[in-house]
Design a binder for this molecule. Structure first.
Ligand code: FAD
Ligand code: NAD
Length: 407
């Protein structure tokens, strides 16, 4: 009899940890597992702002997938998924290949939300993938080079849209990394402007007042201009247009105003709610027995009104339960319901500061920054044990990553 085929789409936080758990749970020969990802590497989305400013090497952020999995237990396909034929249980890839499945996990992550604001798709930069973040880094360097030729001050104005966690992490990283890039290009850092634009009255408006005050103080101390209570209305190649007739001349708008589920899944005839795939308490796609979905492309309702947020923390808690439920499904055993336990949130403000909240305990400053490093190291530990932590910190390759996939 043919072995059941388990196919995982996406090797981000959700897909990769599900795969690692399957490798542990499945008995030898019990099922064939195929992991499909657009790139040869798994990127640490939670640290992509570092790639955007060049404060981490490529291989600290983009880790080779074949080195993270057990290639004797998992078949890895570097390929972009184009469609899934649910009726015939087939995954179709952009290169024309077709992969059959008995059990499918869709973990294809997020896309950046632009709210249809004119010029954002065309001219703004996104912190979405390793590739899109690397594009920010190359663009910043190009602006420094061109500034030396034309002395156009808008080349040295770097605007970050959105003061949520992604926005403040990017601002902190720019404040850390731009002085070094200025030095390399022999440009005085005093000529650089870093501008943050947030529609709400403050950055991280959803966080406690003391955290907001601390973050504002840190960003202002680092000479970041904060424009709050102001929406971005348009972006052109030369400027950002704001409410109240304000224009900021710039060649660099980094857009971090929120995310939505990967829109590719909307074309496959699956149920879609709020742009995402709704799942039941077992992480199965609503009304389906053999298709699962986790992470940012899925919608898990924590109660009747609200869904879980698009965070790595959610994807990482879902992954082991999802793996167990896939195995239990193929064994005909009863499944486990998923329960989310929020452990807290910590956002970096550059290398030496962070802001966060764990339970009722507020984190800030160097201690916060240390805790952020601990959280990141804990993920590496789960992925590859102490050896991976050591490799990523002291033995990481300095070779640039070759990018072959389109996005
Ligand atoms: P992803 O990690 O996005 O993985 C999706 C995978 O699918 C990727 O490997 C992608 O290449 C692949 N893929 C996509 N389309 C295709 C296709 N068509 N074919 C094949 N492969 C495809 N959350 C936290 O909890 N804590 C944090 O500190 C934190 N920091 C963040 C910092 C930044 C700068 C950003 C942008 C986000 C941060 N988040 C954080 C949110 C977190 O990164 C996401 O919630 C998380 O990545 C979701 O995991 P996922 O597995 O659903 O998707
Ligand atoms: P977000 O939705 O949390 O924040 C977006 C911000 O952009 C909001 O403050 C919003 O008011 C602002 N905004 C929206 N439209 C605007 C406009 N036209 N002009 C100006 N401002 C505008 O999105 P995010 O920061 O990208 O985060 C996405 C997800 O990733 C969230 O779930 C977040 O918690 C998670 N994340 C977590 C961390 C962390 O835990 N360290 C870091 C980054 C992201």
């Amino acid at each position: 009899m043919d072995k059941p085929k388990i196919v995982i789409l996406g090797a981000g936080y959700g897909g990769l940890i599900t795969n690692k758990t399957l490798e542990k749970l499945l008995k030898s020969g019990e099922a064939d597992v195929t992991l499909i990802n657009k790139h040869e590497y798994h990127y640490l989305t939670t640290q992509l702002h570092k790639t955007g400013v060049g404060t981490a090497t490529d291989r600290q952020i983009a880790l080779s997938i074949p080195e993270l999995i057990n290639v004797n237990k998992t078949r890895f396909l570097k390929a972009a998924v184009s469609t899934v034929d649910i009726d015939n249980q087939e995954v179709h890839l952009e290169d024309g290949e077709m992969v059959k499945y008995d059990y499918l996990l869709i973990a294809l992550g997020f896309e950046v939300e632009t709210f249809g604001i004119p010029g954002i798709k065309e001219h703004a930069f996104e912190i979405r993938s390793f590739r899109s973040s690397k594009a920010i880094y190359h663009h910043i360097k190009k602006q420094f080079t061109l500034y030396k030729e034309d002395q156009n001050p808008s080349r040295l104005t770097f605007v970050v849209a959105g003061g949520g966690f992604t926005g403040i992490e990017m601002l902190g990283e720019l404040a850390d990394g731009l002085p070094k890039l200025c030095k390399e290009h022999d440009i005085p850092f005093e000529k650089v402007r870093i501008v943050a634009i947030e529609a709400s009255p403050s950055v991280i408006p959803f966080f406690p007042k003391q955290c907001i005050e601390y973050t504002t103080e840190v960003l202002e101390k680092r000479h970041i201009e904060l424009i709050t209570s102001t929406k971005i209305l348009e972006c052109t190649p030369e400027k950002v247009v704001l409410e109240n007739n304000i224009n900021v001349p710039t060649q660099t708008l980094i857009w971090s105003c929120g995310v939505k589920g990967n829109t590719i899944v909307q074309k496959w005839g699956l149920p879609i709610e709020k742009g995402k795939i709704p799942v039941d308490s077992y992480l199965r796609v609503k009304n389906m027995k053999n298709v699962f979905s986790i992470g940012d492309c899925s919608l898990f309702m924590k109660d009747e009104q609200s869904s879980l947020p698009p965070t790595a923390q959610v994807a990482l808690q879902q992954a082991p339960i999802c793996a167990k439920n896939i195995v239990d499904s193929l064994r005909g055993e009863s499944l486990m319901t998923f329960e989310y336990h929020h452990k807290g949130s910590v956002a970096s403000l550059g290398l030496m500061a962070a802001v966060g909240k764990v339970g009722d305990f507020r984190l800030s400053g160097l201690f916060g920054a240390f805790m952020k490093q601990v959280i990141e190291a804990r993920y590496l530990f789960n992925l590859g044990g102490p050896a991976l932590i050591i490799k990523q910190h002291v033995g990481v390759s300095r070779e640039p990553v070759k990018m072959t996939a389109k996005q």
